[in-house]
Design a protein. Structure first.
Ligand code: ADP
Ligand code: MG
Length: 385
């Protein structure tokens, strides 16, 4: 359960001894399809989760920023607003780096006290990091009357995560966390930044999007993610295109013959086929098709991430395979990979069966138990009224 406004305000005054100026929230997200396409100009189709990072904040008279997190109760981290990358490391960088990114973009801010309290599972591939960045950026915008819209704040939060924290993410996480609408998938063209809110009426169809958190943490700062980005860049250069987005599915076979390195070729094949899968899912949902038809496309996406992009894990594969065997219409790992969460599209009546199947497989294989919840498309960042 997310904290209520009253509880958040009390948490703040217990820590800082005075009342806050406001309470802001920004959600985590789950990506339905479109993985590792957001740094080559491609398409993504995530949705916001009901789980949010809540930020309670007040302006200060001086130029210091102090941040506490209910999930890191031992720490209180403080810095001047003139901080630069490297000054703060660890979890607090996700919040304090927003001050740096805003100032780097030319905005005037002052000091502030911040308390974070998040229900987004941390390190589960559900973007607890963007939830912090987007909630803190929203708080600064309102506290200091900055002339910034949703996508501007998303860009600030991405700059924070890329350059202050040092995590080379694309723009998907921050964009959906800022701009999502309840009941909708968030279709983003990461080249033009065109957004389409695509209705996703799971409920009406008797469907549940089950999130299976493998509770194996992914780590974006280690080599796996960086080497995938490198391969995407290498493929782009070898094919002499502005971005892999420019390689159409109909040109894929010809393109692959021009790439000697089989690993780079496989990475390119994932990205190009993944963009086509996003477009296909959007086409189906726009046309009012039964969302069950999306299932096989999700499963194809998983195979591509497992075999061509090679970022799945035994736990993710087991979650996907068990869910499918227990009747899911489709399933895939979601998020950056190397751990984190999987999703399965299942009949709401079959949710318990699918959970039991995954839990059974995990027990058999000696994996630690997975956690489950159903994802309902929720709202993007906002101030609590
Ligand atoms: P994800 O975004 O998939 O959850 P990341 O590795 O990108 O995983 O971000 C997780 C990191 O974000 C944590 O290691 C921690 O540093 C920080 N973080 C997320 N939520 C909180 C929180 N509520 N309090 C403190 N730090 C947090
Ligand atoms: Mg993250």
């Amino acid at each position: 359960m997310n904290v209520t406004k009253a509880v958040a305000e009390k948490e703040f005054s217990d820590i800082f001894g005075h009342a806050p100026d406001g309470v802001w929230v920004a959600p985590g997200r789950v990506n339905l399809i479109g993985e590792h396409t957001d740094y080559s100009g491609g398409f993504v189709l995530p949705m916001a989760l009901p789980q949010v990072c809540t930020v309670t904040a007040a302006k200060r008279d001086d130029d210091r920023i102090t941040v506490c997190s209910r999930q890191r109760p031992e720490d209180r981290v403080s810095a001047g607003i003139d901080l630069v990358p490297g000054d703060v490391t660890g979890w607090a960088a996700y919040a304090l780096g927003i001050a740096w990114a805003l100032r780097a973009a030319g905005h005037r801010i002052g000091g502030a006290d911040l308390v974070l309290d998040s229900t987004v599972p941390i390190g589960a591939g559900l973007s607890s990091s963007a939830a912090i960045g987007c909630s803190v950026a929203s708080a600064f915008r309102d506290l200091f009357d900055l002339p910034l819209e949703g996508l501007d704040l998303a860009a600030v939060a991405r700059t924070c995560e890329n350059e202050f924290v040092g995590a080379p993410t694309g723009v998907m996480d921050q964009a959906v966390s800022m701009m999502a609408q309840p009941g909708h998938l968030f279709f983003l063209d990461t080249r033009s930044m065109r957004i389409e809110q695509v209705p996703f009426a799971l409920d009406q169809a008797g469907l549940t999007l089950l999130v299976i958190d493998t509770r194996t943490a992914h780590e974006l700062n280690d080599g796996g993610y960086g080497s995938r980005r490198q391969a995407v860049e290498d493929g782009t250069r070898l094919l002499d295109v502005p971005a892999l987005r420019d390689v159409g599915i109909q040109d894929l076979d010809a393109a692959l013959t021009r790439i000697g390195d089989t690993t780079v070729a496989a990475r390119v094949r994932h990205v190009v086929t993944e963009n086509a899968r996003v477009e296909e899912v959007v086409r189906l949902l726009r046309s009012g098709a039964d969302p069950r038809e999306v299932g096989p496309i999700l499963s194809a996406g998983h195979r591509s991430l497992r075999d061509d992009f090679e970022i799945s894990t035994p736990e993710l594969d087991a979650a996907v395979e068990s869910a499918e065997a227990a009747g899911a219409f489709g399933a895939r790992m979601t998020g950056g990979g190397f751990g984190g969460s999987a999703i399965a599209l299942v009949d709401t009546d079959a949710v318990d069966e699918v959970k039991a199947a995954v839990a059974g497989t995990y027990a058999e294989r000696g994996f630690q138990p997975a956690a489950f919840f159903s994802a309902v498309p929720a709202a993007g960042a906002h101030r609590l009224p």
